[in-house]
Design a binder for this molecule. Structure first.
Ligand code: SF4
Ligand code: MSK
Length: 646
């Protein structure tokens, strides 16, 4: 069932043959996709694009004309600065809340383990749990794993409330960074507290000083990065295991023509982990055979996929923009979703095929999906029920409609901080040495989503290529990782595409030049690695030759991530423009003013080749600042903009 496609007029939407093939199916069968709906939305609202529309109270909705012809103030008197700041703060609060509520769900499950009230989950990494207990001041002397889980979970629950003055995990940052947060009143206190306060401050008639609003937005984002998300990552490791390097595969070709295919979509690993176990149940495997299938195959999508890829090597069927397209292969028996980044459109697409969509979290229901309420007390029972549904649906597959257009591409994943340090021989010293001697110029986190406004995967892959070619190590998370995996950049052989210095280091260690560090919440692994390097060298994070990039971001979570990364001292280039350009004051603050406060800024550059140059120049400046051999940043040529969004 493998056919070849050359684009068929869909090269504007994606760089990938699997997407082109499915877009052809959509055109032939009249099935609407995310790109069609984007087109129908044109022209999108200019005020909203610039951030100067407001609908937070019933005196509005209002808009401020940034060009001076129309109204300059909303009904309440809010100007462009106030409106843009409030909108941005609310985006950050929504993104931070999504990540942190995910962290809370994992924490509550960890608490059930502590109370002995779940038949499914257990402590898998007792050593990591003990290290966390030490950070939280929880004694482990003479206690069982279950007792430590009970005490530690209780203590971590305080992170969400108002009894703390500082989140304990933020203590991992260098002292100099913590002092900046203290001086600017942005040190995160409680996860829920910062988010609620962000909503309070941005209610009509509360905080009307735009700088003050944005400083609190920073504190809110830090409560995500050094709080909710970090808890999600750390406890997922404790419960489900530390990611270690492993080989896997990626793209639509991971779907199996003769097996029951289940797609795992969303972000929370609690459910996907039990589905992995349930899919190996002998009784269900026998049932699959009875139904004529050769086995049960799982494929991940978005970050729930990244979670089980990192820990179990489960293949990835695609990233965000593949969620409708994977159903169009006609080979998906069931898509099980938890939460975040799941387009409501998937249930409509599924109606055109035999695919069942099953929603599982009571806080995330989807009209048109069958809902099976997930309960971590009895996770395995629910996991088996869902796998059984998929197996029984195999009989409804229409063989003539099965179209798996490409062969799966190999990729490597599983680079937790612990795994990276182990690959380096148990200490970050070899990495530090390679950076100091210049064989590696620096490191960049290329992260975030795919967005139909940008040709799918172009931003991620081109930026990554330019960076590794210039001896810059790339770490990836989220949908960026899937893009680079599909492009063949995440196998050890990709070292041949890197510059001579990086290539030699990768070949010596047997690692790819692009390291998959996990899901969106796992951007905190990048923070931990950056903090460890800074502490090792006795400098602030902002002194290091590091940068971040989100070439194709779309979600509010990405805005929170970008903000906590910059507030942690790491220069960050965005490919999609955030809705701030209606306030020149705020643009100036984000792209210049933050330098004096946090030692890092944002830049916006949609063209990945130009973004690479901005980052290379930044890295050379940081090298010079550390007294390391550095190229003249201004001698690195800025290319013409050629690879613009579709
Ligand atoms: Fe309009 Fe002010 Fe109400 Fe916003 S808060 S909708 S600007 S009146
Ligand atoms: S899944 S937040 S589209 S990275 Fe984490 Fe991808 Fe962005 Fe969702």
């Amino acid at each position: 069932m493998t056919t070849s496609f050359s684009g068929n007029g869909f090269k504007r939407q994606s760089i990938n043959a699997d997407a082109w093939a499915m877009l052809e199916v959509a055109r032939r069968e009249g099935i609407e996709t995310v790109w069609d709906r984007l087109e129908k939305q044109q022209p999108q609202c200019g005020y909203c694009n610039l951030g100067t529309s407001c609908r937070i109270c019933a005196m509005g909705p209002c808009r401020v004309d940034p060009f001076g012809d129309g109204p300059q103030k909303g009904v309440c008197g809010a100007d462009a600065d106030i409106i843009v700041a409030r909108n941005l703060a609310r985006m950050i609060a929504a993104g931070a809340s999504a990540h942190s509520d995910h962290g809370r769900d994992i924490l509550e499950t960890f608490h059930l383990v502590g109370k002995g009230e779940t038949d499914t989950y257990k402590v898998t990494e007792p050593e990591k749990m003990r290290r966390l207990a030490a950070e939280y001041g929880v004694s482990v002397e003479g206690k069982t794993d279950q007792e430590i889980a009970a005490d530690l979970s209780w203590e971590m629950m305080e992170d969400f409330g108002m009894r703390r003055e500082k989140l304990p995990l933020a203590g991992r940052a260098p002292k100099s960074r913590q002092e900046i947060w203290e001086k600017t009143a942005t040190y995160p206190r409680g996860v829920d507290r910062e988010n609620v306060e962000a909503l309070h401050r941005t209610h009509m008639g509360v905080d009307n000083d735009w700088v003050n609003i944005l400083l609190h937005a920073v504190r809110t984002s830090l409560s995500d990065g050094w709080g909710g998300s970090m808890i999600a990552t750390e406890l997922s490791d404790v419960l489900f295991g530390l990611p270690t390097p492993k080989a896997s595969t990626v793209n639509l070709g991971v779907l199996k023509p003769n097996e029951v295919n289940i797609v795992l979509h969303g972000h929370n690993p609690m459910l996907s982990e039990v589905i992995v176990a349930a899919s190996q149940d002998p009784e269900l495997l026998a049932l699959a055979k009875e139904k004529g299938a050769k086995g049960i195959s799982l494929a991940g999508l978005c970050c729930t996929g990244n979670e089980v890829l990192m820990r179990k090597g489960i293949p990835m069927v695609g990233n965000h923009l593949m969620q409708e397209l994977c159903i169009m292969t006609g080979a998906v028996e069931l898509m099980v979703v938890d939460y975040q980044c799941i387009m409501p459109a998937v249930t409509e697409t599924a109606k055109c095929f035999h695919t069942k969509v099953v929603s599982t979290f009571d806080k995330a229901k989807f009209p048109g999906a069958e809902h099976i309420s997930f309960d971590p007390h009895h996770g395995m029972e629910i996991g088996k029920k869902i796998v059984r549904m998929a197996v029984e649906n195999y009989a409804n597959r229409v063989a003539q409609r099965v179209n798996i257009p490409v062969n799966a591409a190999p990729m490597m994943a599983g680079f937790s901080v612990e795994a990276i340090v182990q690959a380096l021989g148990g200490t970050p010293e070899p990495l530090v040495k390679a950076i100091v001697d210049g064989s590696i110029r620096g490191a960049v986190g290329v992260v975030g989503c795919s967005n139909p406004k940008i040709k799918q995967d172009l931003g991620h892959t081109e930026l990554t290529r330019r960076l590794i070619e210039n001896d810059i190590l790339v770490v990836v998370t989220g949908c960026a990782a899937v893009a680079d995996g599909k492009a063949g950049l995440m196998v050890p052989e990709a070292a041949d595409q890197a510059g001579p210095g990086l290539s030699a280091v990768c070949k010596a260690l047997g690692i790819p030049p692009v390291l998959h560090m996990g899901s969106c919440v796992d951007n905190t692994r990048i923070l931990v690695l950056a903090a460890a390097l800074a502490n090792h060298l006795g400098v602030d994070i902002s002194a290091l030759p590091l940068a971040g990039a989100a070439p194709e971001w779309y979600s509010e979570k990405a805005v929170s991530i970008g903000t906590y990364v910059v507030a942690s001292g790491i220069y960050t280039v965005l490919g999609t423009a955030p809705p701030v350009f209606g306030s020149p004051n705020i643009v100036k603050l984000l792209t210049e003013g933050l330098q004096d406060v946090f030692g890092a800024t944002f830049a916006v550059e949609p063209d990945p080749n130009r973004a690479a140059t901005l980052i290379r120049r930044h890295i050379e400046r940081k090298r010079a600042g550390l007294g390391l051999a550095a190229h003249d940043p201004d001698a690195i040529p800025m290319p013409e903009a050629e690879l613009m969004p579709a």
